[in-house]
Write a protein that binds this ligand. Structure first.
Ligand SMILES: [Zn+2]
Ligand SMILES: [Zn+2]
Length: 451
């Protein structure tokens, strides 16, 4: 029997601010709990040490403005690097599954990164997924986000990619940051139906969340048949979490993990630093390693929290039925949507970076192609309150693009260098097919490869 991989990176020297909820002590008690229970010494566990992710690993997913160094500190590179180590160990078959207990978290970080939003600078799961695709040629991946906050960054990164099924359940966006993740958010034309959101009412219990797993998430995974299942494991659905309003328990988390059986779990949120987070992390480790967790109880555990409100369950059943149907007609709907738009699908949006107080405006063009999910062109202007404004143009070519789309995108990038200087500060190329990442500085007319 292969062991469960465990990697621990608490980033004790990095925090947004000393009193911020995403701070150094977050994993201190988890570390103590793991040592106290002797988990590391068990034969079912194999411990791994993190390494630094490279600027190229980051540029494979993000357009960091103005550069990778400005967005990702060493703590961010080690946190992302921790996910890469667990990813390698899993694909090389050294472990049956693995859990990267890392911080800073990543699931609110989007393709273009002007700064920190929702405590996240770079997206650890997406960086791992693109690294594993590049290195091992895997293609179909499911990411199940079980954090109480909508995984809007991961959703955005894969909104055009039909080979990544992104599923997120979270406290309803009308009642919690980041205010998104509604049933109608299903993906752009090339990937319609491979983003599935389940907004949950505040005070949803173990029963409601496990019902969502059994009746919706497991059937979707069964039909999608991913080569890899990644769990964005946020522990902030817990009843004691100070940032949200759910009633999930540590045993509920263990049971969720047992049923979902992810290949890799990557830690996201969880801010009940002393009371719940160590228990939930332990619950996940035990479930992944097949260790009996039936005696695991929070000190203030209350059985009466477990029963779901019947009205809420009825509402959940409706969402499940709608999303099963949406997912099952995705091929048909993708074909219809592609016909509706001519060559390019265009949209615009505003993104707010709550931590760094940055306002970003984006205009996006997605090329529509019958043979691949083609390329994206993103024009972005990000202004920091009382700080600099950056105007950037980004070309993103997916790893499994067809040769025609790739050639067209590279030509468009080259053309933009000749005339873009007046309008933009930087122009970026992200060619995942060639693993080639570039940054063109419009003021000095200098192009640099990111390596
Ligand atoms: Zn969260
Ligand atoms: Zn194409």
């Amino acid at each position: 029997m292969k062991p469960t991989g465990l990697l621990f990176f608490p980033a004790f020297d990095w925090a947004i601010s000393p009193t911020h909820p995403e701070r150094e002590e977050r994993l201190l008690y988890t570390r103590d709990q793991i040592f106290e229970e002797g988990i590391i010494d068990l034969p079912q566990i194999r411990e791994y040490q993190p390494r630094l992710a490279t600027p190229q690993d980051i540029a494979r997913v993000h357009f960091c403005v103005p550069n990778v160094e400005n967005i990702a500190t060493e703590a961010h590179l080690v946190s992302a690097g921790g996910a890469l180590v667990i990813g390698d160990a899993f694909i090389k078959d050294e472990i049956k599954n693995g859990f990267a207990i890392i911080r800073p978290p990543g699931h609110h970080a989007m393709t273009v990164a002007h700064g920190n939003r929702g405590f996240c600078n770079i997206n650890n799961e997406a960086i791992m997924v693109e690294y594993l695709r590049r290195k091992y040629g895997i293609r179909r991946i499911a990411i199940v986000d079980t954090d109480v906050h909508h995984g809007d960054g991961t959703q955005e990164i894969y909104y055009h990619d039909p080979d990544v099924l992104f599923i997120s359940f979270h406290q309803d966006g009308r009642t919690l940051y980041p205010g998104s993740g509604f049933v109608e958010e299903l993906g752009w034309p090339t990937a319609w139906g491979t983003t599935i959101n389940i907004p949950l009412a505040p005070y949803t219990t173990d029963e409601g969340i496990l019902y969502t797993i059994d009746s919706l998430i497991l059937p979707l995974l069964e039909e999608f048949k991913p080569e890899l299942v990644v769990n964005s494991a946020g522990q902030d659905n817990h009843y004691s979490d100070p940032l949200a309003n759910m009633l999930f328990t540590a045993t509920g988390y263990a049971e969720l993990n047992r049923r979902l059986a992810p290949d890799i779990a990557v830690l996201e949120g969880g801010y009940s630093v002393e009371t719940a987070l160590p228990y939930i992390n332990l619950a996940l480790i035990m479930a992944m390693a097949g260790i009996d967790y039936s005696n695991l109880r929070e000190p203030d555990y209350d059985r009466s929290l477990l029963k779901e409100n019947p009205d809420n369950l009825a509402r959940l059943q409706k969402i499940v039925a709608i999303q099963l149907e949406n997912f099952r007609r995705r091929d048909e709907e993708q074909a219809a949507q592609k016909k509706k738009y001519d060559e390019f699908y265009s949209t615009s949006r505003r993104i707010y970076y709550d931590t760094d107080n940055i306002n970003e405006n984006q205009q996006i063009r997605l090329r529509l192609c019958d043979n691949c999910c083609s390329y994206r062109v993103i024009a972005s202007v990000g202004s920091r309150a009382g700080g600099r404004r950056y105007r950037v143009l980004c070309f993103s070519i997916p790893i499994y693009s067809c040769p025609d789309c790739r050639e067209e995108a590279r030509a468009a990038y080259s053309d933009s260098l000749k005339e873009g200087g007046a309008e933009f500060d930087y122009i970026y190329l992200q060619d995942r097919a060639a693993d080639d990442y570039r940054c063109f500085d419009c003021r000095s007319d200098a192009e640099e490869a990111i390596s």
